[in-house]
Design a protein around this ligand. Structure first.
Ligand code: PHE
Length: 337
């Protein structure tokens, strides 16, 4: 029996040493329930009592030796598999990466935020209003009754005879005055609509920023000072402003406001069409009728208002000559800003 055990051991170790050995088959063959070693142990009963411990001990040693050899081979195989896997999956961490394109704010948004920042810095707060308005807020409360000729220049899109897409941000003035007594100091940026055909300077949808201050003793010089400050912040410290008389139904007196050309400094160049000045906004003192419509006493309070197109400011500031470029979402164009 001793020889049988020794034979099993050397046969097993020899087979396990073969580099192509099927390790699982060998485990079953030698160590399994129906394996050779088990068969020997089963025969132990027939041995004389004094030989049993010796053979038992030997059988255990043989089992241990085979297990050890088998485990060593299994570890080796595992390691080899891992090595192979790592080799297959090598990553060259020095290869330059693919940069994911990162976007940025649209130039129009950037300009709007810049304008907002300038006015917030002067103590204005931002007020918003609906884009779908009643005729009353867009026109009548602003001193533009039905059939007033000023409606022609602000033809818009009607939802019903009485409900329309706002043609200006001025109706926000009315909402704010209705809901709040002076002092009022607001800007209201937002989308406006007009029934205009698309060309280099027109779009049926564009953006305006309205400003309004109402308090006791507000005068035209407050308006001038505020707009002069805005112009310097927006277009450079050297920028000057100029008021030209104009007419708006909701302000009296009214003015159109120009800034000195920030390219030629006012001497006249191609950018300002030789004028030295560039028109940027409309403004004036809030008409007493408008104050009265909003239950604010024009004998106690006065105020100014101004309104400008955000697109116009963006085109000027970025030297863009066609407004359509702002809306076409061509990233080759937008990426330049
Ligand atoms: N709402 C006017 C427009 O769209 C601009 C404006 C606003 C003029 C406030 C004066 C005062 O033309």
């Amino acid at each position: 029996m001793k020889e049988t055990l020794e034979k099993i051991k050397s046969a097993a170790l020899a087979e396990l040493a073969d580099k192509d050995a099927d390790l699982e088959a060998l485990r079953i063959k030698y160590l399994g329930k129906k394996g050779e070693l088990t068969a020997v142990l089963r025969g132990m009963g027939q041995l004389p009592a004094e030989e049993r411990p010796v053979i038992g001990q030997l059988a255990n040693d043989v089992r241990a030796a085979i297990e050890e050899a088998l485990n060593a081979r299994l570890d080796e195989a595992k390691e080899a598999a891992l090595r192979q896997k790592l080799q297959k999956e090598t990553l060259d961490v020095t290869v330059p990466g693919d940069e994911a394109p990162v976007g940025h704010l649209h130039p129009l948004t950037r300009i709007q935020r810049e304008m907002e920042d300038i006015f917030l810095g002067m103590g204005f707060s931002i007020a918003e209003g609906p884009e779908v308005e009643y005729d009353y807020y867009n026109f009548q409360a602003l001193n533009i009754p039905p059939d007033h000729p000023a409606r022609d220049t602000q033809d818009t899109f009607y939802i019903t005879e009485n409900i329309l897409l706002r043609s200006q941000t001025s109706p926000v003035q009315v909402h704010v005055m209705e809901s709040q007594q002076p002092p009022i100091k607001i800007i209201s940026p937002g989308r406006v609509y007009r029934s205009d055909a698309v060309d280099a300077t027109h779009s049926p949808l564009f953006h305006q920023m309205e400003g309004m201050v109402i308090d006791k003793g507000v005068t035209m010089s407050d308006l001038k000072g505020t707009l002069a400050m805005f112009a310097r912040r927006m277009f450079g410290e050297e920028t000057k402003i100029r008021f030209r008389p104009h007419h708006f139904p909701f302000t009296e007196p009214s003015a159109e406001v120009d800034v000195s050309c920030f390219l030629c400094g006012g001497k006249g160049c191609r950018f300002c069409k030789g004028e030295g000045w560039i028109e940027i906004l409309g403004a004036g003192m809030v008409h007493p009728n408008v104050l009265r419509n909003c239950n604010i006493d024009p004998d106690v309070y006065s105020g100014y208002a101004f309104g400008m197109g955000i697109e116009r400011i963006a085109l000027l500031k970025y030297h863009i000559d066609d407004m359509r470029l702002l809306y076409e979402n061509d990233t080759r164009f937008l990426g330049q800003f």
